[in-house]
Design a binder for this molecule. Structure first.
Ligand code: URA
Length: 243
């Protein structure tokens, strides 16, 4: 882990000259990982430390965080010889160093984080962190009457895989059968296989939330935008939803 003096890190973050940031630190205006740090020489991990100056989280300019509304038909990969990829939705000059956090199927739409921050990606995807993910799906077929209870208990998939307790909600919709699924893990084709295990077939799937971060409903499919500071904080400290 790259350890660096706090004053040097703040200067790298364009918060001021070395002298200026030393004064800011001594004045108690800087927090590191939630606690005020008054020592300019304190060593911090420049990759993972959360540094706040006057209430504002500071980010390396090199660290970029985007919310993409992934359209169906593109694959979650950086490069592919045969298929269009999510990174190709970004202008070529922006792509260097960026990657998608986790994976959505080719036909799945919705919230995907694209960043160059490996530590955040690792934290969000870690199987032990149980960051929750919320999907909305259009489903065909007749779901078992006790499908919700089976999700809540922890489903066993057709191949014997046991899932953590999850939530299934039937959403009101006059035209189609629509459900919301909340999970705390990310197994291969998990939503499709869980719905299959209770009698349905997913015909449309969209991720609408990751941890505390919701997909911006103003983003059309294929569009992206930078995360705000508040949104990034939501991702860095993803709350636990009780399922
Ligand atoms: N579950 C699926 O089945 N597919 C996805 O893309 C994500 C979750």
């Amino acid at each position: 882990m790259p350890r660096m003096r706090l004053d040097k890190l703040l200067a790298h973050l364009n918060c001021g000259s070395r002298k200026e940031v030393q004064a800011m630190i001594r004045a108690g205006r800087v927090q590191v990982n939630g606690a005020v740090e008054r020592d300019p020489a304190a060593k911090v991990d420049s990759d993972t430390a959360q540094v706040i100056l006057d209430g504002q989280t500071q980010h390396y300019q090199a660290q970029r965080y985007y919310m993409l509304n992934k359209p169906a038909g593109v694959i979650t990969a950086s490069r592919d010889a045969r298929h269009a990829t999510v990174l190709e939705l970004f202008p070529e000059e922006m792509r260097r160093g960026l990657f998608a956090v986790g994976r959505l199927d080719k036909d799945t739409e919705g919230l995907l984080i694209v960043t160059d921050d490996g530590a955040l990606s690792h934290a969000l995807m870690s199987p032990t962190r149980h960051v929750y993910k919320v999907y909305e799906a259009v489903v065909e077929g007749e779901l078992l009457p006790d499908a919700e209870a089976r999700f809540a208990k922890g489903l066993t998939l057709r191949d014997g895989t046991v899932c953590l307790p999850a939530r299934l909600e039937r959403l009101p919709d006059d035209a189609v059968q629509r459900v919301r699924v909340t999970l705390r893990e990310g197994k291969y084709h998990q939503v499709k296989r869980m719905i299959a295990a209770v009698g349905g077939v997913v015909v449309q799937l969209r991720r609408v939330q990751l941890g505390g971060l919701r997909l911006d409903s103003g983003l059309a499919a294929g569009e992206f935008r930078a995360l705000t500071d508040e949104e990034l904080t939501l991702l860095q400290q993803p709350g636990q939803e009780s399922i």
